[in-house]
Design a binder for this molecule. Structure first.
Ligand SMILES: *Cc1c(COP(=O)(O)O)cnc(C)c1O
Length: 426
């Protein structure tokens, strides 16, 4: 047995399924998850000391490359000053100022420890500020695992959601309405009927939790206009796209200002930091100023903030996103050309440092097209790539991530592996 297999067998005795977050278990692709022992730059190593080029980057946070010396130094220095105080620090002000500066729609921000917590708190704030209960989300978007977000569309248009997880009461799910991504007409119809009851529309403006699927300009603009017209709040969940598709996130690319934004992943640089923020007149409803309660023992943790601030500093260096976007595009163009050489129905797409690969004839534009991609081909491709030392997201329905450490030689090595993997598919 390999060390990975031994560890996985052992892990399953003390932890449900052997993992602390489900996608890590390789259930979708089959096989044994790799247990990671260390990482540096664009690579990590498993328990058998096999190196992999890493295209998940901790699902986004590792944007400057793993164990970046400046980030490690900042974390060590912060740790030496103490791990957590339960009292405010200047670092939290610096972080809040940096976020408000980089994302102009955010006038005030609160730091929390996970994207789930940030989205959950932002939705509570939206309900508290508007005095309305109903929320619209879109099929295929992920906003963490708060009860009201673990919901899928009910049968038929304009019916309220059904829970997608055991343990979520129907009484909670019924306040969430689940609509189709990139369908502005359905949104118009829904607002006509229920607009005055909607507290918020929450959306991934560039979706990354059903593979990569950017919204159309029309979809987001329709959403913006309807929210303004009916007094609902537009909430962009940029936990994944923030500081990833561009420095200012998806909202900077579309030129659309949400009322509130949810952030996570990159802002912690690999440690637990997330945030939600937006218009100051909304944020003032939060405790201790207002009646919407929210708190956290480790919120704004000094060590985590040090990792996040140093990461934000590095990604603000001139040319950072130009170079990241160029490398990501090089990867996607290379993969697309190779697949075409081998006669495989495959396409790719990228925005900034985030990418999608699809075993489809053309780039999917909505949830059902994504779901029609060839999962079996993806799984075979995934396993050959893994064998060849390239770690892709272990599911056909997840986005991929490139870091600043993915230089030309890393991309070339990836493409050489892909050439072999595509050849095996025909
Ligand atoms: C990852 C993610 C979340 C949840 O963040 P966690 O830190 O895993 O709780 C929420 N929304 C989006 C868009 C995400 O990608």
């Amino acid at each position: 047995m390999s060390n990975n297999e031994t560890l996985f067998a052992r892990a399953q005795r003390s932890t449900p399924g052997g993992v602390n977050s489900p996608v890590r278990a390789f259930k979708s692709v089959g096989g044994t998850p790799r247990f990671i022992t260390r990482a540096s730059g664009a690579r990590f190593w498993d328990a058998d000391d096999k190196p992999y080029i890493d295209y998940i980057g901790s699902w986004g946070p590792a944007i400057v490359g793993h164990a970046h010396p400046e980030v490690v130094k900042a974390v060590q220095a912060a740790a030496e000053r103490g791990l957590s105080f339960g009292a405010p620090t200047e670092g939290e002000i610096l972080m809040a100022e940096a976020i408000c500066h980089i994302v102009p729609s955010i006038e005030q921000v609160r730091l929390v420890s996970s994207g789930t917590e940030a989205a959950m708190s932002a939705l509570r704030l939206a309900r508290g500020a508007t005095g309305r209960d109903k929320v619209i989300k879109f099929e295929g978007c992920y906003h963490g695992h708060a009860d009201s977000m673990l919901v899928k569309a009910g049968s038929g248009l304009l019916t309220f959601g059904n829970p997608t997880s055991a343990g979520v009461p129907e009484d909670f799910a019924k306040h969430t309405l689940v609509l189709d991504y990139n369908d502005p007409a359905q949104l118009v119809e829904t607002f006509k009927k229920l607009g005055n009851e909607i507290a918020a529309v929450i959306v991934e403006p560039i979706a990354g939790n059903m593979n990569l699927l950017p919204a159309t300009q029309e979809f987001l603009q329709t959403m913006r206009d309807l929210c303004t017209q009916y007094g609902a709040l537009l909430m962009f969940d940029e936990v994944m796209s923030g500081f990833r598709v561009a420095l200012g996130g998806a909202q900077s690319l579309y030129g659309i200002q949400p009322d509130m934004t949810v952030l996570g992943k990159v802002i912690g640089g690999g440690l637990p930091v997330a945030a939600f923020g937006g218009r100051a007149d909304l944020m003032k409803h939060l405790a201790p100023l207002g009646p919407v309660y929210q708190a956290g023992t480790l919120s704004g943790n000094p060590v985590a903030v040090a990792a996040g601030m140093t990461t934000l500093k590095i990604i603000q260096t001139p040319g950072f996103f130009e170079s990241l976007g160029k490398q990501t595009k090089k990867l996607i163009d290379g993969l697309t050309a190779l697949a075409s050489n081998h006669g495989i129905a495959f396409c790719g797409n990228s925005v900034g440092g985030m990418f999608g690969i699809y075993f489809n004839e053309k780039i999917p534009t909505n949830y059902s097209e994504i779901m029609s991609s060839n999962k079996e081909l993806f799984n075979r491709f995934f396993h050959t790539m893994l064998e060849e030392g390239v770690y892709l997201a272990p599911s056909a329905f997840e986005a991929g991530f490139v870091s600043a450490a993915h230089d030309d030689s890393v991309i070339e090595q990836t493409l050489a592996a892909a050439d072999k993997a595509f050849a095996k598919l025909v």
